[in-house]
Write a protein that binds this ligand. Structure first.
Ligand SMILES: Cc1ncc(COP(=O)(O)O)c(C=O)c1O
Length: 385
């Protein structure tokens, strides 16, 4: 039972089908002038239009990358190189792709806090904007699923005359993203978060936005990102974008929300001491972030995995680490609460039956772990090096 869609999603069948020919007979270099090369070029341009359509962009505003991390690095390092004064403003709950890149820039990094429900502190953000050279805020948090008011953060950055970038990796395919009517200059998405392949993403760069390439060489992607294009992956991202756009309006999101809500209701009814984290009125439909009093997530994950349920404690990048997640610390959680939190993330590939089964398995695991922890002996031993 795969309930870890925020880590990555299963490849959709139609995406697989769309990619197949481009691994085999369509192997040509899209920069070649022969017929095979031209066909590969046309396939890339079709995918570019499909990705642009998902986020309401123009085709020439899309640059393909190797994923979200590269899109984020390319943009932040570029803006760092092009502007020599002021700080980098971001939020305390960003993905490590932003926070670690931000820490490696040539300027100080300011991180804006969030409330206990994960909402961005927009008055602090407004104040920080004046000291910033450029700003970046995520649209949706990968751990809690909280939707940030990134459009307002963008407006405030623009009011202060600062360019704004959005990490929308967890938002694409979950909420509508319309860049045309937002004050956003650049935005990153990644195919494997919406049933596309791993290793491909896109950077949206609004027409006229300053950008200095991270990768230089053969001049592909209009000179913005050199390197022979990964044609099958790009075609896969295009097909995934078409599917994601369709699912935003065909009832799929509502079905996912029903699964997530049924799961949460069953867990809250099944065990005591449960906290559902994140602003309930501003969450993506697929994510449930829950903490359990007196129950360490590390132990729960082992018990759940043993029963065939795959989910996460915090983000995938934090897995295996014993530190409490920086996101939950920013939300003011105690270490104990942060270490007792699970992220269960659904996708269109899950069923209501799985939601109910997962809740029952999780409740049993919580009870088992609590009884072991209270007696100090039992059938489960959690080894913490
Ligand atoms: C919010 C967010 N930003 C960036 C990334 C990195 O994307 P990628 O895995 O495509 O490099 C992730 C991946 O988990 C993410 O959740």
């Amino acid at each position: 039972m795969y309930l870890d869609a925020n880590a990555t999603t299963p490849l959709a069948e139609e995406v697989w089908e769309a990619m197949l020919p481009w691994w085999r007979e369509g192997f040509h270099n899209p920069s070649s002038s022969h017929t095979g090369g031209k066909k590969a070029r046309a396939a890339i341009e079709q995918a570019r239009a499909q990705v642009a359509d998902l986020i309401g962009a123009q085709e020439d505003e899309i640059m393909f990358t190797s994923g979200g991390t590269e899109a984020i690095n390319a943009l932040l390092r570029s803006w760092d190189a092009l502007d020599d004064s002021g700080a980098f403003l971001t939020t305390a709950v960003e993905h490590s792709a932003v926070l670690r890149t931000g820490a490696a820039l040539s300027r100080p990094m300011l991180t804006c806090g969030v409330s206990e429900t994960g909402a961005l502190d927009l008055s602090a953000w407004r104040e920080h904007c004046s000291a910033a050279a450029f700003a970046s805020a995520m649209a949706v948090n990968n751990e809690t699923g909280v939707i940030h008011d990134w459009k307002q953060a963008a407006v405030l950055a623009h009011e202060a005359g600062k360019p704004f970038f959005c990490d929308a990796v967890q938002a694409a395919g979950k909420i509508p993203l319309s860049v045309a009517d937002a004050a956003v200059d650049a935005l990153a998405i990644s195919a494997h978060k919406f049933h596309g392949p791993k290793g491909v993403g896109a950077l949206y760069l609004r027409r006229g936005t300053k950008f200095s390439p991270l990768l230089r060489g053969g001049g592909q992607e209009r000179g913005l990102r050199s390197g022979t294009e990964a044609v099958p992956l790009i075609v896969g991202m295009g097909a995934a974008a078409v599917l994601a756009k369709k699912r935003l309006s065909d009832g799929t999101i509502a079905r996912i929300a029903e699964m997530r809500d049924a799961f949460e209701q069953a867990v809250v009814a099944g065990v005591s001491g449960v906290h559902v984290n994140g602003d309930p009125s501003s969450r993506v439909a697929n994510t449930s972030h829950v903490s359990f009093d007196d129950c360490e997530a590390a132990g729960l994950l082992i018990l759940l995995d043993d029963k065939g349920v795959a989910c996460s404690a915090g983000s995938a990048c934090m897995a295996g680490k014993q530190q409490p997640s920086h996101v939950q610390k920013a939300m003011g959680f105690s270490d104990a609460r942060a270490k007792s939190s699970l992220r269960i993330s659904f996708s269109a590939h899950n069923t209501m039956e799985e939601a109910h089964q997962a809740a029952a398995i999780l409740c049993a695991a919580v009870k088992k772990l609590r009884s072991v922890q209270s007696t100090g002996v039992g059938p489960v031993v959690i080894y913490t090096p």
